[in-house]
Design a binder for this molecule. Structure first.
Ligand code: B1H
Length: 828
């Protein structure tokens, strides 16, 4: 492209800015009004709350882009090695508040609006968040973007622009009811469409193998259909730094096809084809750690991978480089196996499209990818039927077979046994032939990591055992982290102010500075302030609860919270058994010694997950019973917060006293909610699972409420033959609680209502609720004991926060940079 020096000079001349992008109160006020008048064409009398929000968002976006453009210039100049992050899910949460923090204009903006008789808090409430993920995995990707931007790591994140994100959850008669999430309904001021960045994606058809005059083999994929992917960019700002881009692909029909049908006079078919193409990015699969196995899901995965790889190659070639050096300039991180079709796709691009030799292409490929595993659950390990891949991606199936046959030859060379080889093969032929995507990702990557120390260890012992023996140096751990800027600075301004007052503001970029708080745990005045801040946050949470459920919570109560996806392995029903044991104590034994407690739950169940939906009904039924019983409701309250989201989470973590992290040991790969609670001063009751282990190590065992079997004990128990019924029969208290599940009081005569849960626990109990029950009840008694001594509780709370430095996503990203990516920050 020819360069326009005149325009460029505006960007490079020091001190010269284009437009009004100043950061003073007056600048923000002017920009806001300009956006309202000239971008939206609104006059104040007719401006809706959404118009006002959008005007402010656009004014802020200008400032965000100014920073982003700066970093682009820098990256191009330095020709730096960078990261491409591939994830099928992102949960960025509301952008506005976070961008105001990162630009350090929160107060200026608040004042600018106040001078216009507007309330910043009201405008913040208007934002509808992009729910482009299921839970922890998607939120982790967004925390990592925050840290990549803040640390100045050259990077770009790719994903899918789902038109409908995670469903909206309502509770009707105690049951979860789903409806579509129309997050784009009011427009999206944060994104910019890039019509010129678009790529074609093929599906179906067949391959043609021909030899040229030199006997060289050429393979052509003749597709059955094609769609186009167009880039939508959202800048993600870092704190006091420049931003990176979240590039999401939207599917559209290709023009060529429309034309063909239209010229034949079949207008309707052309439009129908357009609709079918757009289906690919219509909706997020809400399954979480459960496979859908649907063709459309595989199409989504391939669609975004194909666009992203073409874009990465475009960026690489744009710099005048050769494809042979792709792995030197880019590393591509696979967020679980969801983008693992990238391995054969890059091979296809290099070999078929760019005519590289197989061996050279394979060398580039497996030096480019790194793979993060996020789960050991068998039901979440992706496997695609060979027949489905053959229909949808015939060329990729050939490439996977070729990778596999070379891999198996390598294993034979290492004298692996036949048993080992069939265990490690990319193709599982024990039943209907399927491709094991975790094996494909492992073979195609230069590094593989788990997400907590425990999980990374188990990964090498269980799911990828044979691979870890073959390539011990390819395996490592990067413990998850969360961005304390969103989950403390933005969401908990009260605590943030108190922290900064005592230790300064360095913690915003160096979370380990919180260590400086430790000594204040002995300071009585400080503890009083600490408790005042917590109480204020609890009042705020109580207000949210009232608004969302109509239930009154006394903010002085112990607020005991479990928010996360509903899953049997996470054991929300264990918490329910505990609540029922307290209920029976108050009701039947007239025991009023229990400290007043509000039990708060939140989280979505996959729409097709029968047991998870029953568990929600169980929670709400227990809530109905307890909240409406005057004998009990002064002491106990049970709340189910509908439609848990990032936005709601930002009210929940600051207001919690106790954090429930009670999964069966060995099942929760890391957990990240556990970190967000502790960072906001909640104490944790938990098992030795996922990152709980490391949190406990950091905060000190005396500041953590531990219960339950360890992973080894779980394994032994299962190996010896586990008999839940026996435990039930021998524990009078547990027996009463279990029988209560079938009582008329709880089921209101619908005797079948909770039988599936009851029967499952009594006879299978795959997640050992019966086994861990007693230990949980006893540790909860200990929680109550400590809670009676608020000074002690406050001390423990302060020490928890002071020792959370390790769990910043800044540390995680630094680990990725050092252990895996070998990428360095660019200082601007
Ligand atoms: C996690 C998933 C997941 N692990 C499949 N795996 C999905 C798997 O839609 N799907 O097909 C969606 C999500 N999610 C979570 O990742 C772990 O359970 C958490 O323990 C962990 O903290 C989080 C981030 O690493």
């Amino acid at each position: 492209k020819s360069r326009n020096k005149k325009i460029e000079s505006y960007f490079t001349k020091p001190g010269v800015e284009v437009g009004n992008i100043g950061l003073s109160k007056e600048d923000i006020k002017t920009s806001f009004l300009e956006k309202l008048f000239y971008s939206l064409g609104r006059i104040p009398v007719v401006a809706t709350p959404n118009d006002l929000y959008t005007s402010l968002a656009l004014a802020v976006r200008d400032r965000v882009f100014r920073k982003y453009v700066k970093s682009l210039e820098q990256y191009a100049e330095e020709d730096a090695r960078g990261v491409a992050y591939l994830s099928a899910e992102y949960l960025p949460g509301p952008h506005l508040g976070n961008n105001l923090l990162n630009l350090e204009i929160m107060e200026e903006t608040r004042e600018a609006l106040a001078e216009l008789n507007l309330d910043l808090e009201e405008l913040l409430k208007e934002e509808v968040e992009p729910g482009l993920g299921n839970g922890g995995l998607g939120r982790l990707a967004s925390c990592y973007m925050d840290s990549l931007a803040t640390l100045g790591i050259p990077s770009i994140a790719y994903g899918i622009r789902y038109e409908f994100g995670i469903f909206k959850q309502e509770i009707k008669e105690g049951w979860q009811v789903e409806s579509t999430d129309k997050w784009l309904h009011n427009g999206n001021p944060w994104e910019v469409i890039r019509p010129e960045i678009s790529f074609e994606v093929k599906f179906g058809g067949y391959t043609e193998h021909t030899r040229d005059e030199n006997d060289k083999l050429h393979i052509e994929w003749i597709p059955g259909s094609e769609v186009k992917g167009t880039a939508y960019d959202t800048p993600i700002l870092g704190y006091q730094s420049n931003g990176i881009i979240l590039r999401l692909w939207k599917a559209e029909a290709t023009e060529s096809f429309d034309f063909a049908a239209y010229n034949l006079g079949d207008y309707y078919r052309a439009v129908e084809k357009k609709m079918r193409s757009e289906n690919i990015t219509k909706v997020l699969y809400p399954n979480d750690e459960n496979l859908s196995g649907k063709e459309l899901r595989l199409k989504q995965q391939y669609f975004f991978v194909c666009c992203s790889l073409q874009d990465i190659i475009r960026l690489h070639l744009l710099q005048g480089r050769k494809l042979e050096s792709l792995h030197e300039k880019f590393t591509i991180q696979l967020n679980d196996t969801h983008p693992s079709i990238a391995v054969p796709e890059l091979m296809r691009l290099l070999v078929d499209v760019y005519h590289m030799e197989w061996d050279a292409a394979w060398m580039v490929t497996c030096k480019t990818f790194a793979y993060t595993n996020h789960t050991l659950l068998p039901e979440a390990l992706e496997r695609w039927p060979v027949s489905l891949i053959r229909n949808l991606l015939p060329r990729h199936l050939e490439i996977i077979y070729e990778i596999n046959s070379r891999f198996i030859n390598e294993l034979r060379g290492h004298n692996f046994t036949g048993d080992q080889i069939s265990r490690m093969s990319l193709v599982d032929e024990s039943g209907e032939p399927t491709i094991r995507m975790a094996h494909l990702a492992t073979v195609g990557s230069y590094m593989i990591n788990g997400v907590s120390a425990l999980h990374s260890g188990l990964l090498k012992k269980q799911v990828l055992k044979d691979f870890a023996e073959l390539w011990p140096n390819k395996f490592t751990n990067v413990t998850n982290g969360v961005t304390h800027r969103r989950f403390l600075a933005v969401s908990n301004p009260g605590l943030s102010a108190l922290l900064s007052e005592k230790i300064g503001k360095d913690w915003l970029t160096h979370l380990d500075k919180l260590k400086g708080l430790e000594s204040y745990s002995e300071d009585e005045t400080f503890r009083r302030k600490w408790m005042e801040v917590k109480l204020e946050n609890k009042r705020n949470l109580a207000t949210q609860i009232k608004e969302l459920t109509g239930i009154d919570i006394n903010p002085e109560m112990l607020i005991d919270v479990q928010v996360k996806r509903i899953h049997e392995y996470k054991r929300q029903h264990l918490k329910v058994l505990h609540i029922l044991s307290l209920y029976l104590r108050v009701k039947k034994e007239k025991d009023t010694s229990i400290p007043p407690t509000a039990f708060v739950f939140g989280g979505k169940a996959a729409p097709g997950y029968f047991m998870a939906k029953r568990i929600i009904k169980l929670i709400t039924a227990v809530g109905e019973l307890i909240n409406n019983d005057p004998e009990v409701n002064k002491i106990l309250k049970v709340v189910f917060l509908p439609n848990f989201s990032v936005k709601l989470a930002q009210h929940v973590y600051p207001g919690a006293d106790l954090s429930e992290q009670i999964s069966m040991a060995g099942k929760e790969a890391s957990g990240t909610g556990n970190m967000k609670f502790a960072l906001n001063g909640a104490l944790t009751i938990g098992t030795l699972d996922g990152a709980n282990v490391e949190i406990r190590e950091e905060v000190g065992e005396e500041n953590f409420f531990l219960f339950g079997l360890t992973t080894d004990e779980v394994e032994n128990k299962k190996a010896q033959g586990y008999h839940p019924y026996k435990i039930y029969a021998e524990n009078e208290n547990l027996k009463k609680v279990m029988e209560f599940l079938l009582s008329d009081e709880l089921t209101r005569g619908d005797t079948e209502l909770f039988k599936p849960i009851y029967n499952n626990l009594l006879h299978q109990d795959p997640y050992l609720l019966m086994e861990d029950y007693q230990s949980y009840i006893e540790q909860m008694e200990n929680v109550y004991h400590v809670w009676q001594d608020r000074e002690k509780w406050a001390k423990m709370s302060i020490l928890n926060v002071a020792r959370m430095g390790k769990f910043s996503s800044d540390r995680s990203i630094q680990d990725y940079c050092e252990k895996i990516w070998k990428v360095e920050a660019i200082k601007v």
